[in-house]
Structure formats: C-alpha cells, structure tokens
Design a protein around this ligand. Structure first.
Ligand SMILES: [Ca+2]
Ligand SMILES: [Ca+2]
Length: 220
C-alpha cells in the first residue's frame, strides 16, 4: 500500500473536487511514499540500464607447485626434479621404470565437480599407444629437488584413471576428481603418473620447468 504525497486537490467552484497528479514540464513528477516510509519517484525514462551478465567463471587452472620424475636401478638415488621433461616408462627390465610425481595446492577449494590432470607430451619412442595411469599418494612432504625413487611416497589408491597415450604430442587428460575431493582436507594433492602394462615405451611429458605447455590441474 502506498499513498500519494504529491497529490493536489483543486477546488473548482461549482464543480466536484477532483484529484490529479502534478506533472512537470517535460516528465511526470510522480512521487509517493511507501508504507515503509521510503520515498519513491516515477520516471518517464524509456529504456533501462542493463548490467552485463557475469561470464561463467573461468575454469580453475592450477599449476603444480612441484614436479619430478623418479627412475629405478642406477638412478634410484638421483633427483630429477628440475628437468623440463617428466619421463614415464613401465618395463620389465630393471633401471627402465620411470614415474612422474606432481603436487598441487588445492587449499581454499570447496568440493569440485571435476578435476583433471592435463599433461602435454606423448610416446616419443614409436607409434604405439601406451597405457598410462594416475594414482594418488597420501604423503605430501616430498620436495621437487629431493624426491628420488628410493624416497618417493607410494600410491595409496588404485588407478584413478587410465588413458592411452599415443605418439601425437598433445595434452592428455586424466580424471582425478574423487582424489582431489579427498585431499581438500589437507589442501595438497600428490599425483603419481606411471605406465601400467610393461610396454617399455618412453612417454615424455612437459614439466613445470618447460617453457611451454606445462602440467595443469583443471578444476571446476
Ligand atoms: Ca620440476
Ligand atoms: Ca594430500
């Protein structure tokens, strides 16, 4: 309910009193007071202000805070944390297995609908497709320049996802949604990328030290 405050009552001799609204020269000058006391004013403006609709927030793209690969055999005590390439290889012979470790800071995130590890690279040895899996580790205390085969934390999950990596150099995506949600409690996600079927082929992925096409964790 509201009442007009700008109402005028003109007494016209001999005629019935009538009410009308006062109009300015160029536009209606209608004011009233709402029942809550706020004064409101009508406008004769046509058109309206339109605010831009906020764009869909960009997908959260996280860069690794550390990445390194580890090598068994003679390289088991060596750190490979600052190379521009992360090697992944799974074979039967000792000294050929390589695994990549990546660590992401996910603190501040609430539950994600989707989390994908994106690694750029491919099978650089031949044209075959190679099965690669990603799993998760619980221990996040490893460092980029300290990690070796001998001290690397073990996986505490099975394969979070498995993909075929071919010889085309591109971004390969591995779904890690469930594990990222599991790790929101401590805010750090450690992922292990390795071959799964003794195919003995060399996979190369760009590390975070590579100037281009670095690893990413894309969360939505
Ligand atoms: Ca690194
Ligand atoms: Ca963690």
């Amino acid at each position: 309910m509201f009442t007009f405050s700008d109402q005028k009552v003109n007494e016209v001799p001999g005629k019935q009193a009538r009410s009308f609204l006062r109009y300015g020269k160029t536009k209606p000058n209608l004011e009233w007071r709402e029942s809550d006391g706020h004064k409101k004013k009508a406008s004769n403006e046509i058109g309206r202000e339109e605010k831009p609709v906020p764009a869909t927030p960009p997908a959260g793209v996280k860069a690794p805070i550390a990445d390194a690969y580890v090598l068994d055999g003679s390289g088991a005590g060596v750190n490979y944390g600052t190379t521009p390439t992360l090697y992944v290889k799974d074979g039967t012979a000792a000294g050929y297995t390589r695994k990549a470790y990546l660590k992401f800071d996910v603190s501040g995130l609430t539950a994600v609908n989707s989390a994908k590890l994106r690694l750029f690279g491919g099978n650089t040895q031949d044209a075959s497709n190679v099965q690669v899996k990603v799993s998760g580790a619980a221990a996040d205390g490893w460092t980029e320049t300290g990690l070796t085969w001998n001290n690397a934390p073990a996986a505490v999950t099975g394969a979070l996802s498995t993909i075929q990596v071919g010889s085309t150099l591109t971004y390969y995506e591995l779904d890690v949604t469930s594990f990222v949600n599991d790790q929101l409690s401590d805010g750090i996600v450690t992922l292990i990328v390795e071959g799964v079927s003794d195919q003995d082929r060399t996979i190369q992925f760009n590390s975070r030290e590579n100037p281009a096409n670095k690893p990413e964790l894309v969360v939505n």
